[in-house]
Design a protein. Structure first.
Length: 94
């Protein structure tokens, strides 16, 4: 498999994770922790002999890259949890 293909898949997985974080911000913290732990689990579990093929390695690597970056970079994109939008606040009467 050409190295350019591997680089393109891993880079697109990383960019997709960062773009999703940019537009949707970090959601609840435990989803990002679970994502990072799932990525580490995927990365540490040995691949069965029947599944050892370049395309499967690329899929597993891309999944690992996406989940790990989405989980670890979440603190860089804080959400607006707990902040209320003034436009939707109830009117205050004297």
């Amino acid at each position: 498999m050409p190295i350019a293909t591997v680089f393109a898949v891993y880079l697109s997985a990383a960019v997709a994770a960062l773009v999703l974080l940019h537009f949707f911000r970090a959601i609840h913290w435990y989803w990002h922790v679970i994502s990072a732990l799932l990525a580490l689990t995927i990365g540490l579990v040995p691949i069965p002999v029947e599944w050892q093929a370049p395309a499967i390695d690329l899929f597993i690597g891309g999944s690992f890259t996406f989940l790990f970056i989405w989980g670890v970079c979440a603190p860089l994109f804080p959400g607006d949890h707990g902040h209320h939008d003034r436009r939707h606040a109830p009117p205050h009467h004297a």
